[in-house]
Design a protein around this ligand. Structure first.
Ligand SMILES: C[S@@+](CC[C@H](N)C(=O)[O-])C[C@H]1O[C@@H](n2cnc3c(N)ncnc32)[C@H](O)[C@@H]1O
Ligand SMILES: [Zn+2]
Length: 273
């Protein structure tokens, strides 16, 4: 359950939103998310902007990454320490596509999606309502200052989002697991081959996880067909290449009507040391 970003006391859910014993009150927005960002983050401008969230939503709704969501949902089912009502956090959940699948596939779990982007959690919460999911909550919050008590979570999943050794170790129970999803070397290689004259394979990240030990890893690689220029453009907009691509490469990409791409993910599972 969420804790108060001001005094760190437990937040109780009520008809307007949440409040703590000291009287700090956080209203739930009309779309169903709560803003638990502390004063040092600027809620209006933080995280992915509405244009990026819309592109991500439109792309993810094609279900090209559904296999990834389902594979992680199975890992969550196996890895949570509490048998009844495990607490699962999706840190940097974006627009909630994965979070809502984790909640639907793990009905006993209490699933929480957090992102700096208010547009992201706004979309995520309204989609959860549309899907009738009662076991998922969304908050605007930072991965580096999670609104959770020490040792309260069974599992944290972090997909293409910031990883914090200290904060994730603080919040996870002793038996907790951390699941990081990152691109495999060949992820989107065909897209990069259109944009760049010399495309490189993705290099592994060093997450500097001093409080975690590797427990398992799964590489998921498959081909997806992007059936339209809009699908290609949406995918491109949600990649880091959107910000650092040569003009000629982008023009080549804009001329394509369809594209087959490798979707490649490394799912890294860690246990708390
Ligand atoms: C590449 S997106 C991934 C979103 C989602 N996990 C997905 O795979 O569709 C990265 C997300 O991290 C969010 N983000 C960036 N910094 C963050 C932080 N410090 N705390 C929480 N979220 C953050 C962004 O707003 C964005 O939604
Ligand atoms: Zn409080």
């Amino acid at each position: 359950m969420f804790v108060c970003p001001v005094c760190k006391g437990r937040l109780k859910e009520n008809k307007f939103g949440y409040s703590c014993k000291k009287g700090h009150r956080f209203d739930t927005a009309a779309q169903g998310y709560v803003n638990l960002l502390s004063a040092k983050h600027a809620p209006e401008s933080a995280g992915d902007n509405p244009m990026m969230i819309k592109a991500r939503t439109d792309f993810l709704e094609l279900n090209a990454y559904r296999k990834l969501a389902e594979t992680v949902a199975e890992i969550i089912a196996k890895r949570t320490c509490a048998a009844d009502a495990p607490e699962v956090l999706d840190c940097g959940c974006g627009e909630g596509y994965y979070t809502n699948i984790y909640a639907a596939r793990n009905p006993k779990a209490n699933v929480y999606g957090m992102d700096l982007s208010k547009s992201g959690v706004k979309h995520a919460a309204s989609k959860a309502r549309e899907l009738g999911l009662a076991n998922v909550r969304f908050a605007a919050a930072s991965c580096f200052e999670l609104p959770f008590a020490d040792r309260s979570a069974d599992l944290i999943v972090c997909t293409f989002a910031p990883v914090s050794n200290d904060e994730y170790a603080r919040v996870l129970k002793k038996c907790g697991s951390l699941v990081i999803v990152c691109p495999s070397p060949k992820h989107l290689f065909e897209l990069k081959s259109v944009i760049y004259d010399k495309p490189y394979l993705n290099q592994p990240n060093d997450y500097k996880l001093k409080n975690f030990a590797p427990a398992d890893s799964v590489r998921l690689e498959y081909q997806a067909h992007l059936p339209s220029q809009k699908a290609i453009a949406d995918l491109f907009t949600m990649t880091p290449y959107y910000y650092k691509s040569p003009k000629e490469g982008v023009e080549r990409l804009e001329k394509l009507a369809e594209l087959d791409v490798t979707c490649g993910f490394d799912i890294l599972v860690f246990r708390k040391k």
